[in-house]
Design a protein around this ligand. Structure first.
Ligand code: ATR
Length: 269
C-alpha cells in the first residue's frame, strides 16, 4: 500500500481523504490517504517525516501551497505559472515533483456544467493565489477576455499584467467592473465570512453563469446574489473533486470517474 496525505492547517474538515479513498476503491489502486495538520511554520519538516515513513505524494492546501512550491525540486510549467503547488509526488528519479491541479480542476468542472468557455467574456473576482492558478487554464480553454477585479486594485492590475502576453487580460476594482460577462468566477475568500464583493448590478450576459470556488450546504451569498440577477449558479464542490482526480492521475496514471463522488459529497454536505 502506497501512502499519500493532504497537508494543511487546519485540516479537520478536509474532504480529500474521503475523495481519494473512494477513488482508490473505485480503481482498485492500493493506496492509503490521510490528513496531516502540519505546524504553520514547519511544512518542510512535516513533509520529510512523512516521506521517511514511506509517503509517496501529497496534496497541499491552505496555508502551505507556497511552501510546497519552494520545497519541490522539479516544478511543472503550470505550477511555475501559478506560483503554487497543490500536488507533490516522489518521482522515479528520486526527486520531489511539484504540480498544481486547481486550474484544470476548475476548467473540468466548468465543462461538466456546460459553462460558457470558448469565446466567453469572463470576470474573475479576487487576485490572490486562488485566482493566479486558474488564469492560464481559462485562457487555454479559449475564453475571449478575462477581467480580474479585486478589492485591492493594484493586486488585480499586477496579476493581469503578469498574463498580458498570453491573452486579453485586464485588471480593475469592483466598482469599475463593466459587463456583460458570460461567466463570473468568485475566487475571493469573501464567501467564507459571508461577504459579497460590491459589484454593480446587471453584469451577467443572457445565459450567464456564476461560479463560486467555495461551497457549503447552502448557496453562498455570492451565488444567491447571482441567482437574483438571473444567472445560473454553481458552487466549487465539483472543482474540489476534479482537482483531486487530476492529482490521483498524476500519482497513479489512472483516471477515476468523478460522477459518483459528485453525488456522494453533495448528499454529505
Ligand atoms: P488566496 O491566495 O488563498 O487566494 P489571498 O492571497 O489572501 O488568499 O487572497 C484572498 C482574496 O480574497 C484576495 O483577492 C482578497 O482581496 P485583497 O487582495 O483586497 O485582500 C479577497 N478578499 C478577502 N476577503 C474579502 C472580502 N471580504 N471582500 C472582498 N474580497 C475579499
Amino acid at each position: 500500500t502506497d501512502r499519500y496525505a493532504v497537508f494543511g492547517n487546519p485540516i479537520g474538515h478536509s474532504r480529500s481523504p474521503r475523495i481519494h479513498t473512494a477513488f482508490a476503491e473505485q480503481t482498485g489502486e492500493a493506496i492509503s490517504y490521510s490528513a496531516i495538520e502540519a505546524p504553520v511554520t514547519d511544512f518542510a519538516v512535516a513533509w520529510r517525516a512523512f516521506a521517511e515513513a514511506g509517503g509517496r505524494g501529497a496534496n497541499v492546501t491552505v496555508p502551505f501551497k507556497q511552501a510546497a512550491f519552494a520545497l519541490a525540486q522539479v516544478l511543472s510549467p503550470r505550477a511555475q505559472l501559478a506560483g503554487a503547488v497543490n500536488t507533490l509526488s516522489l518521482g522515479n528519479d528520486g526527486l520531489l515533483h511539484g504540480d498544481t491541479t486547481d486550474g484544470v480542476g476548475l476548467v473540468r468542472d466548468l465543462q461538466a456544467h456546460a459553462a460558457p468557455l470558448a469565446g466567453a467574456r469572463v470576470l474573475l473576482l479576487g487576485a490572490g493565489g486562488a485566482s493566479r492558478g486558474v488564469i492560464e487554464p481559462l485562457l487555454e480553454a479559449g475564453i475571449a477576455s478575462l477581467t480580474v477585479a479585486n478589492r485591492t486594485v493594484s493586486r488585480a492590475e499586477e496579476l493581469a499584467s503578469r498574463f498580458a502576453a498570453r491573452g486579453e487580460v485586464s485588471g480593475c476594482g469592483f466598482e469599475d467592473v463593466a459587463g456583460p460577462f458570460d461567466l463570473v468566477i468568485n475566487a475571493t475568500s469573501a464567501s467564507l465570512v459571508g461577504d459579497l464583493p460590491p459589484l454593480p448590478g446587471e453584469i451577467f450576459a443572457a445565459q450567464g453563469l456564476a461560479y463560486d470556488m467555495m461551497y457549503a450546504a447552502e448557496p453562498t451569498v455570492f451565488l444567491r446574489w447571482a441567482a437574483e440577477q438571473g444567472a445560473r449558479s454553481v458552487d466549487g464542490l465539483g472543482m474540489l473533486i476534479e482537482q483531486a482526480a487530476e492529482s490521483f492521475w498524476l500519482w497513479r496514471q489512472v483516471r477515476p470517474d468523478t460522477a459518483p463522488l459528485r453525488e456522494l459529497l453533495r448528499r454529505e454536505l
